[in-house]
Design a protein around this ligand. Structure first.
Ligand code: FA5
Length: 348
């Protein structure tokens, strides 16, 4: 405890000794408070001067002020040195070495669905099919009516539809296309046989998702119309497609199916890559994953297009790109494709 009677030079010596070993700004501030702060040792001496006789007050006052000045100067200098060291440290750490290579730029890639779509289209192009496009927002007429699915037809339940509210404009009903089949009608409206076309595009369905169902998916519609096209042409085309995309060893099965716009109708299934036919969660315990619907174009649709139904026949198919990507890459859930998780997408 220091008092006014302590030899003032002892305070000076102690302060300078302590200051010499201080190594950071926090200690320095504590030191300043202990000597020069409001309750500091030197401050208290200066305050106590008033109680001393004049003679003593003069000499002690002069000495105390000299020490105060010295301590303040020493404090300022030390603080400046710490600041210099800090700046030097920061600039040293941030110094640029222009010879170092820059940080690698992340490289983007095509989405696995885009790649699969490109591969699928390439296979059909090599078989003589042309690629066309159609609108995603579609009239009820093309999506349903012209495909022999009138309003109230029970087959509409096969496609849970996202409708667009456009009654206010007094227009016919519009929807987000549920499949790419409307393009069969659109192409027949503007083209004469022979026709060999594939139409890729996004489709939308108001349905619950599961490992093989998304509410948005990509289909490729195929349409071939010519003199004397038969079911054998359809099966041959699809078998060749499956062989080119999945390889020889995959099991492929055709099964009867119903679509109002084809007769007869069928589906193509591939053996499940996970359970190899035994049944699992991904294939819904069936052992198979359906990748497309197909069939011979209904004669009524051929006639409605203005083609001679006695001369022309054709086949059509609609395949699901996400299911094909799932089977090719061994992905166990279709929903991974659109979850936008880079850890998943970077694997392709
Ligand atoms: C149709 O959409 C018919 N337009 C296909 C067709 C075209 C039949 C021409 C006859 C002639 P389907 O609803 O089964 O059929 O869908 C066809 C394929 O799309 C399915 O095999 C499947 O691969 C894919 N698909 C259908 N729904 C979904 C879904 N919710 N999520 C992912 N893929 C789907």
């Amino acid at each position: 405890m220091t008092s006014v009677s302590d030899p003032i030079s002892e305070i000076e010596d102690a302060a300078m000794r302590e200051l010499a070993v201080i190594s950071d700004a926090t200690q320095l501030e504590a030191w300043r408070l202990s000597y020069l702060g409001r309750k500091g040792k030197l401050t208290r001496i200066l305050r106590g001067l008033a109680d001393l006789p004049l003679e003593q007050r003069r000499s002690l006052g002069a000495e105390a002020n000299r020490i105060k000045l010295r301590l303040e100067t020493a404090h300022r200098e030390k603080l400046a040195r710490f600041e210099q060291d800090r700046v030097a440290q920061v600039t040293e750490g941030e110094r640029l070495d222009v010879t170092l290579p820059g940080p690698p730029l992340p490289r983007g890639g095509l989405h696995p669905i885009t790649r699969t779509l490109q591969d699928v289209l390439r296979v059909f192009e090599s078989m003589g099919f042309q690629v066309a496009e159609g609108p995603e927002i579609e009239w009820d007429y093309y999506n349903f009516e012209a495909l022999r699915i009138p309003a109230d037809h029970p087959a509409r339940d096969m496609w849970d539809t996202l409708w667009i509210d456009c009654e206010r404009e007094g227009r016919r009903s519009m929807l987000l296309r549920t499949h790419t089949s409307p393009n069969q009608i659109r192409i027949m409206e503007r083209t004469q046989p022979p026709i060999r076309v594939v139409v890729p595009g996004k489709c939308y369905r108001f349905e619950a998702t599961d490992p093989t169902h998304e509410w948005m998916m990509t289909q490729v519609e195929g349409l071939a119309i010519d003199d004397g096209i038969s079911m054998a042409d359809l099966k041959g085309t699809l078998a060749e497609f499956a062989r080119r995309i999945f390889g020889e060893e995959r099991k492929v099965a055709f099964r009867c199916d119903y679509f109002p716009f084809v007769e007869p109708g069928m589906e193509l299934r591939i053996d499940c890559f996970i359970c190899r036919g035994a049944g699992c969660r991904t294939c819904g315990r069936t052992g198979w994953i359906e990748i497309l619907g197909a069939g011979m174009v209904h004669p009524e649709i051929i006639a409605n297009a203005g083609y001679d139904p006695d001369r022309y026949t054709g086949f059509a198919f609609g395949l699901g790109i996400e299911r094909i990507a799932l089977l090719r890459h061994g992905v166990d859930d279709i929903r991974h494709f659109y979850a936008n998780d880079l850890r998943f997408l970077q694997q392709f």
